[in-house]
Design a protein around this ligand. Structure first.
Ligand SMILES: [Zn+2]
Length: 194
């Protein structure tokens, strides 16, 4: 276990340098965003690496609603996801709440079942949330959902969200879903929820 923890830490360090390079090409305010990720926090010498918080988001905010933490083994996925959320949050420049981040299989299946019982099909059984690759971000008011979506789509079109793979607005539920699940040809998966 300990060796695995070290290995994932090294990979994240390497990834952090790559992120820093990408960050240099975007808004000046994002420089600090990329630079901070290079240094992972550690509990103590030889202990597994704790997933680092983002600039605007703490890893705890992405825990499953059951209380299950975001899996530490997924350091690379976490780096991708929190970088994506940080970039969006930086441009948005207002608070965003993580309504849903990581979901365990069991928790997601519960959502799928509840959804089906209501005659709805809003929750995907193979959700990127289960893989730790998605976040539902809620602005302060539901009226701001179209504005947040617009910013995400504009940033994507400008090449400023290299991590983004899928994006959906949920105007009734009042959040914007963003995930890092890339399609083979690179097109953005886009849908509208409720
Ligand atoms: Zn979602």
């Amino acid at each position: 276990m300990r060796r695995a923890g070290h290995r994932s830490g090294v990979e994240r360090d390497a990834r952090g340098e790559v992120d820093a390079g990408v960050g240099c090409n975007i808004a000046a305010g994002a420089l600090g965003l990329a630079a901070r990720r290079v240094v992972p926090r550690r509990r103590a010498f030889c202990d597994p690496v704790i997933l680092p918080d983002g600039v605007y988001f703490r890893v705890n905010e992405f825990a499953c609603h059951t209380g299950e933490p975001y899996p530490e083994a997924w350091a690379d996925r976490w780096a991708n996801l929190v970088t994506l959320c940080d970039r969006i949050r930086e441009r948005w420049s207002r608070p965003l709440t993580v309504v849903s981040g990581y979901r365990t299989d069991a928790y997601n299946q519960g959502l799928v079942n509840g959804d089906a019982a209501r005659g709805s099909h809003q929750v995907a059984s193979a959700s990127y949330h289960v893989q730790g690759m998605a976040a539902d971000l809620r602005p302060e008011t539901s009226e701001e959902v179209p504005q947040l979506l617009d910013i995400v789509l504009r940033m994507h079109a400008a090449g400023e969200l290299p991590e983004l793979g899928g994006c959906a607005d949920y105007p009734v539920s009042s959040w914007v879903h963003a995930d890092t699940g890339k399609t083979r040809d690179g097109h953005l998966r886009r849908w509208i929820g409720r």
